[in-house]
Design a protein around this ligand. Structure first.
Ligand code: F6R
Length: 249
C-alpha cells in the first residue's frame, strides 16, 4: 500500500522524473498542486530537472488545492506567494493557466462554485498532488468533511492552526478559515500522488492504515480511488507494519 523511500530527497527525485515524463507525454496536462513543507523538496528538484531538460511547461494548467481566507496574493504566508516562490517564478509557466482559490473574494460562495466548475471545464485534473495534515486532512478538508463536497470554505481546526502556526509570527496571525477544493473534486482526479514525510506524520500514517474509509479520516477516502500512489519516507513509515510497506532503495 505504501511506497517507502529513504528520505524526502529520494521522493523528490523519483517524482520529479515522473512529472517530467507526464508533461512530455501530455504538454497540456492539468495538474492539481499542493503547498506546505512536504512539497518543497519536490518543487525544488522539479525546477532543477525541468531547467536542465529545457522542459516546456507553458501549456500546463494548474489548480491549487487551497488558500487562506483573508490573505492577499502578496502576503508571504499566502499560498499564492508560496507557489510563486517555490515553483511558478522559476519556470516558464503561463500565469493565466495557474489557478488558486482567491483568499479575498468578493463573493465567496460564487467563487467556490466557479472554482470547481473551472476544473470540470478543463476536463478534470490529470494528476493531483496531496500532502496530509497530522489529523488526516487533505487540502484543507478537515475531519468530518463530506466526501461529496466541492470547493468550499472551512473553519480550520485547532490542530491545523497549531501545525501551521510555525509559518507565522504569532498564533493570532494564523487565519481561522480557508477555501479548499472539495473531497469530490479531489476524488475525480485521474491520478493522485499522496506524499507524507517526517516523524510528525508517523502517527497519522498508522491511523490512515488502520482506518476504514471514513469521513473522520479524510485521507482514507483515497483507499477507494482507483489510481493513487501513497509515497512516504522511512520516518513517516516508522509505526507501520512491514507488510503495509514496499521499500524502494
Ligand atoms: C496544502 C494542503 C495541506 C498540506 C498539509 C501538510 O496545500 O493542502 O493539506 O498538504 O497540511 O502540510 P505540510 O506539508 O506543511 O506538513
Amino acid at each position: 500500500m505504501f511506497l517507502v523511500f529513504n528520505d524526502p530527497q529520494a521522493i523528490a527525485q523519483y517524482l520529479s522524473e515522473r512529472f517530467i515524463n507526464l508533461i512530455k507525454t501530455k504538454p497540456q496536462s492539468v495538474l492539481g498542486l499542493a503547498t506546505g513543507s512536504t512539497m518543497e523538496p519536490l518543487y525544488h528538484q522539479f525546477c532543477v530537472d525541468a531547467k536542465q531538460q529545457a522542459l516546456d511547461v507553458s501549456q500546463i494548467t494548474s489548480f491549487n488545492l487551497d488558500e487562506y481566507i483573508g490573505l492577499s496574493h502578496e502576503h508571504p504566508q499566502s499560498y499564492h506567494y508560496y507557489m510563486n516562490q517555490h515553483l511558478f517564478k522559476h519556470l516558464g509557466f503561463d500565469a493565466h493557466k495557474n489557478f488558486l482559490p482567491n483568499g479575498v473574494p468578493e463573493n465567496v460562495d460564487a467563487h467556490c462554485q466557479e472554482y470547481s466548475q473551472k476544473i470540470a471545464d478543463h476536463g478534470g485534473i490529470d494528476l493531483q498532488l496531496l500532502g496530509v495534515g497530522t489529523n488526516g486532512h487533505i487540502g484543507f478538508n478537515e475531519p468530518g468533511t463530506s466526501f461529496d463536497s466541492r470547493t468550499h470554505v472551512v473553519e480550520l481546526s485547532e490542530t491545523t492552526r497549531i501545525d501551521n502556526g510555525r509559518f507565522f509570527d504569532s498564533m493570532d496571525e494564523v487565519p481561522t478559515q480557508a477555501i479548499t477544493m472539495g473531497m469530490r473534486d479531489i476524488m475525480e482526479a485521474k491520478q493522485i500522488v499522496f506524499i507524507a514525510t517526517g516523524d510528525n506524520k508517523a502517527q497519522v500514517m498508522l491511523d490512515l492504515y488502520e482506518s476504514e474509509v471514513d469521513e473522520q479520516m479524510p485521507a482514507s477516502m483515497l483507499k477507494d480511488h482507483p489510481n493513487t500512489l501513497f509515497i512516504i519516507d522511512k520516518k513517516a513509515a516508522a509505526l507501520l507494519p512491514a507488510a503495509a510497506c514496499e521499500f524502494v532503495e
